[in-house]
Design a protein around this ligand. Structure first.
Ligand SMILES: *Cc1c(COP(=O)(O)O)cnc(C)c1O
Length: 415
């Protein structure tokens, strides 16, 4: 190549990424995560966040001391309060929720059931649940089950698959029959970010309750549940909150609805007095009413380090880097993947998306297998999408570009 020829796009992108990494105010946090030898780009932080380096010692000292030495005394000393304490921390750091409205418990699926079921029988004239047809399967399946169980009807919304649910889509199906609207804040496929504030306001105008699934936004997209009047919400802790595989979920129930709504799995942990061991069930009137049985304490350890880290970095700074990472991924896509016929399945406007970018090509199933074997780890979503999940505290700009270039290389080798 002569000096007059433009530099290959790949080199320019890698240089740009290196410059962004050098200037990254959150860059120092990349070292807080466990090394993964042989992994050149981890682009699945939106499905399973990486463990922090503090996790192995935290688990070991828990087994040695809290459990091993304090034994059952630890329930009184710390574990009884843990679901509420962790909930309050998630609320403060990531959700814009004042204390006493968030608990950590169960799985997202179980909490969706409990909250939906709590929201339904409020008013017999309100017989419809609004749900989006492209929502995550568990959310749709649970709504189907709750509708069958309660004799309610599902009003499906069919939004644009790239841009996700808009306020007008919701307004079009609202009526005096709407009991509850249940939507995802960030679409698990496209990454489209719903306008939580405006949609919640529209749902309230119709006299219905609003429930948000925050699985793909908690820990990466800031929100103001209290200020925006959200009624109910659930979310995962193993995605952007790095709680580890199967770590319990969280649920938010607005204070004014506590003691008013009743959830269906009324185990002893949700009773007004846990140790009364009384003849009949009297529900707690505070947020503990959402618990059911003994909480999975061991599975609540790993997320604590990530909460510390997000608190230190601030969710606003995390969001800023998230938008810069997804912008860079789309720029790299434009330069090296558009020529290969790859489609962009996420919104181009950073303000309209969450933390991941999805691209599509008919060969992506085979391409993903090749990438995983080479230590480049995005995830594949049926039918032909690759999601690039960029978790701002653990993902570098260089890693992001390496990932997109690897997709290009694998696609060229495949074709
Ligand atoms: C990840 C995810 C879930 C997962 O639910 P589990 O009960 O943890 O398996 C549910 N809903 C959405 C929108 C998700 O992204």
């Amino acid at each position: 190549m002569t000096a007059h020829e433009p530099r290959p796009a790949a080199d320019a992108l890698l240089d740009l990424a290196a410059a962004l990494d050098a200037a990254d105010p959150l860059g120092a946090h990349l070292d807080a995560f466990v090394d993964a030898p042989g992994v050149h780009a981890y682009l699945d932080g939106n499905s399973l966040g990486r463990p922090l380096r503090v996790v192995p010692e935290r688990l070991a000292s828990f087994a040695r001391e809290d459990w091993g030495t304090r034994l059952i005394r630890s329930w009184d000393e710390q574990w009884m309060a843990l679901p509420m304490e962790l909930g309050d921390r998630i609320g403060a750091i990531a959700l814009g929720a004042a204390p006493g409205q968030t608990v950590v418990a169960d799985s997202t699926s179980v909490l969706i059931y409990k909250l939906l079921r709590a929201a339904i029988p409020r008013d017999p004239a309100r017989t419809e649940i609004v749900m989006e047809r492209g929502n995550f399967p568990t959310d749709r399946f649970l709504v189907e089950g709750v509708a069958a169980e309660t004799g309610t009807t599902i009003r499906w919304i069919d939004p644009d698959p790239v841009h996700g649910v808009q306020v007008a889509d919701v307004v079009a199906v609202l009526s005096e029959r709407t009991a509850v609207v249940s939507l995802s804040h960030v679409d698990y496929r496209s990454g489209a970010l719903a306008d939580m504030r405006a949609i919640t306001a529209a749902v309230h105008d119709a006299g219905a309750l609003m429930m948000w699934d925050l699985c793909h936004s908690a820990g990466v997209v800031p929100m103001q549940l209290d200020e925006w009047g959200v009624d109910l919400a659930v979310g995962c802790t193993y995605k952007y909150l790095n709680g580890g595989p199967g770590s319990p979920a969280f649920a938010y129930l607005r204070r004014s609805l506590q003691g008013v709504l009743r959830q269906p799995i009324q185990g002893w942990w949700s009773a007004a007095d846990i140790f009364a061991m009384g003849p009949e069930y009297v529900p707690a009137s505070d947020i503990r009413q959402l618990l059911s049985g003994t909480p999975p304490v061991t599975s609540m350890l790993a997320m604590q380090g990530m909460l510390d880290l997000i608190e230190q970095a601030t969710i606003a700074a995390v969001r800023e880097k998230s938008q810069a990472l997804t912008d860079l991924a789309i720029r790299a896509y434009d330069e090296v993947l558009v020529p290969l016929g790859v489609r962009l399945l996420s919104p181009r406007d950073a303000a309209a998306r969450g933390g991941h970018v999805t691209i599509g090509h008919p060969d992506f199933r085979a391409v993903t297998q090749r990438l995983w074997a080479d230590g480049i780890i995005p995830d594949f979503r049926f039918p032909d999408g690759i999601r690039l999940g960029l978790s701002p505290l653990s993902t570098s700009y260089s890693e992001t570009v390496r990932g997109v270039l690897a997709v290009r290389d694998a696609l060229q080798q495949h074709g």
